[in-house]
Design a protein around this ligand. Structure first.
Ligand code: ADP
Length: 466
C-alpha cells in the first residue's frame, strides 16, 4: 500500500491527555494510522526564519510540523485565506478584502509548505491536500518535480464563476487547481459550479466529470463530509448521564430547548437567527416562558474586524431579547462564548428539541448531521435547516427548510418544530438518518483515498501506471 500524506494548515497532534479533536480530524488520523501515513502542516509556532519541518512519530504515523514567519502567516491566513477567499467562497462579495500583499503572502506560505514537504516525500507517496488555505500547494509541488498522485479536497463551497472571477487572482488559482489529479468537493452544487468555472473561465476541456488540461486528466467528484453517525449517536445517548448535560437539563425546568452550536462566524447567520427567535416570541405568546434558546458560539478569528463586529451585534441582540421578554423566573436566551467538549456537546444536542442550523452559506455543516445523529429515536427533536447549507442535499427531506434571510419564515419553522407531534418528528428524523447511516466519515475517507489509489494504478499522466 502506498504511503498517504495529508497536508492541512493546522495539524492536530494527539496530546495523550484527552481526545481534543473531533469529526473529520479523528477520521483522518485513524485512516493515516492504517496507511503508516504522514500528516504535514503548520506547528502553530512562529519563527523569524523558519527551518525545515520537525518530524515526530506517534505509533505508526508521523507528523511533520512547520513553523511560519508571523508576518507571512498574517497575510496568508488572516489576509488572503480568511479575508478574501472565505467571504468570496461563501458568496459574500462585499466582504472580500483583497490586497496583492496578502495574496503574495498566501503564495509564499504555500511555496514554503511545498518546499519543506517535498524534502520528505518519497516516490509512490500519495498526497491529499486540504482546503482553501492550500489551493496552490499541488502546483508548487509539481514545480519542484513531484510526479506522484496529488488530490485536493475543498471543505467550503465554491460559487459560480461570475463570483469567483471578481478575485484578481482567480485565473492563477483556477490553473493551480488543475495541477491536481483529483479534486473533491462537498456537494453537487459546488461540483457543478467548479467544473463550469474550470471549463469556461480557465479553459480546461470537459469530459463528463473529468477535465483535460495540458495533456493530463483531472478527476473530480463529490465526497460529502460526514460524521461517525452511529458512534456519535451512541456517545450522545451515553452522555445524558454526564453531570454537565444533566445540569443543563435540570436548568431548563421542563422548558423546551432550542439549540444552535457553531463557531462565531458571519456565514452562520446568527444575527438573523436571533431576530427570528425574537419574532417568534413577539408573535407566538403561547411560547413565552416555555422555550429557551441556547446559542453556543466560541469566538473564532477574533483578529478580523468583521468577526469582532459580529460579536458585538450578538451581545446587543441577546440583551435586547432578554430585556424585551424575560421574566424574573425565565430568561428566553442563553448565549455562551465558550467551546464545549465534544462529548458534552453530543449530550446537549440530544437534550435539545429543536436544532437550529441556519447559515447564510455553508459547505456542508456537520452540526446539522450531529444533531440528527444525537437524537433519541423514540422521541427525536426537529432540525430547522437553511436551504444554503450543503447538508440540505442529504437532510432536505426530513428537516424544516428555511431561507435564513426570511425572518418570519424562520420564526414559523421554529414554531412548527416546537409544536410538531411525535409521529411527524419520528418520520422526519428517520428520513434524515437514512443517508447518514450509509454515508459516514469513514466512507468519505475511504472513497477519496480509494480514488487516489485508482489514479495511481491508471497513471496520472506524469508517471506510468503503478
Ligand atoms: P465549520 O467547519 O464551518 O466550523 P461545521 O458545522 O462543518 O462548521 O463543523 C464544525 C465542527 O465543530 C462540528 O463537528 C461541531 O460539533 C464542532 N463545534 C462547533 N461549535 C462547537 C462548540 N461550541 N464546541 C465544541 N465543538 C463545536
Amino acid at each position: 500500500m502506498a504511503r498517504l500524506v495529508i497536508v492541512s494548515n493546522r495539524v492536530s497532534v494527539p496530546t495523550g491527555r484527552r481526545v481534543e479533536a473531533g469529526g473529520l480530524t479523528v477520521v483522518l488520523r485513524d485512516g493515516l494510522r492504517r496507511a503508516d501515513g504522514l500528516w504535514f502542516g503548520w506547528s502553530g509556532d512562529f519563527a523569524e526564519t523558519p527551518g525545515p519541518a520537525k518530524v515526530t512519530t506517534r505509533g505508526k504515523m508521523s507528523y511533520a510540523l512547520l513553523d511560519l514567519n508571523q508576518a507571512d502567516y498574517k497575510g496568508f491566513y488572516y489576509g488572503f485565506a480568511n479575508g478574501s477567499l472565505w467571504p468570496l467562497f461563501h458568496y459574500r462579495l462585499g466582504l472580500v478584502d483583497w490586497t496583492s500583499e496578502s495574496y503574495r503572502a498566501y503564495r509564499k506560505v504555500n511555496r514554503q509548505f511545498a518546499t519543506e514537504l517535498f524534502k520528505l516525500l518519497k516516490p509512490g507517496d500519495q498526497v491529499w491536500v486540504h482546503d482553501y488555505q492550500l489551493i496552490p500547494l499541488g502546483e508548487e509541488l509539481r514545480k519542484l518535480g513531484f510526479k506522484g498522485v496529488v488530490g485536493f479536497y475543498l471543505h467550503v463551497p465554491f460559487p459560480s464563476g461570475d463570483i469567483v472571477e471578481v478575485l484578481p487572482a482567480h485565473a492563477e488559482l483556477g490553473k493551480a487547481l488543475l495541477a491536481y489529479d483529483l479534486i473533491g468537493v462537498q456537494t453537487d452544487r459546488t461540483h457543478h459550479d467548479m467544473l463550469d468555472f474550470l471549463e469556461r473561465w480557465i479553459g480546461a476541456e470537459r469530459d463528463g466529470h473529468e477535465l483535460i488540461h495540458e495533456g493530463r486528466r483531472i478527476r473530480t467528484g463529490v465526497y460529502r463530509a460526514a460524521i461517525d453517525t452511529l458512534g456519535f449517536g451512541r456517545e450522545a445517548a451515553a452522555t445524558v448521564e454526564n453531570p454537565e448535560v444533566q445540569s443543563l437539563q435540570e436548568s431548563l425546568g421542563g422548558r423546551t430547548l432550542m439549540l444552535g452550536v457553531e463557531r462565531l462566524d458571519y456565514t452562520k447567520g446568527l444575527p438573523l437567527r436571533f431576530a427570528a427567535y425574537e419574532h417568534l416570541l413577539a408573535t407566538h405568546e403561547e411560547w413565552l416562558r416555555k422555550v429557551i434558546m441556547l446559542q453556543i458560539a466560541p469566538v473564532s478569528r477574533g483578529e478580523l474586524a468583521q468577526y469582532r463586529a459580529l460579536r458585538s451585534d450578538l451581545e446587543r441582540a441577546t440583551g435586547r431579547i432578554a430585556g424585551r421578554f424575560a421574566a424574573p423566573d425565565w430568561n428566553p436566551i442563553r448565549y455562551v462564548n465558550q467551546p464545549v467538549p465534544r462529548k458534552v456537546l453530543s449530550g446537549y444536542l440530544r437534550v435539545a428539541q429543536v436544532g437550529l442550523v441556519t447559515p447564510l452559506r455553508d459547505g456542508m455543516n456537520l452540526v446539522a448531521k450531529e444533531f440528527v445523529a444525537a437524537q433519541d429515536p423514540e422521541n427525536p427533536g426537529v432540525l430547522v435547516l437553511s436551504r444554503f447549507a450543503g447538508a440540505v442535499e442529504e437532510l432536505g427531506e426530513g428537516a424544516l427548510l428555511v431561507n435564513p434571510l426570511d425572518i418570519e419564515q424562520t420564526a414559523e419553522a421554529m414554531r412548527d418544530a416546537l409544536a410538531m407531534p411525535l409521529d411527524e418528528r419520528i418520520d422526519r428524523w428517520q428520513r434524515c438518518m437514512e443517508p447518514l447511516r450509509i454515508w459516514t466519515a469513514r466512507t468519505w475517507y475511504d472513497a477519496f483515498v480509494h480514488k487516489l489509489d485508482e489514479i495511481a494504478k491508471e497513471g496520472n499522466g506524469l508517471v506510468a501506471a503503478a
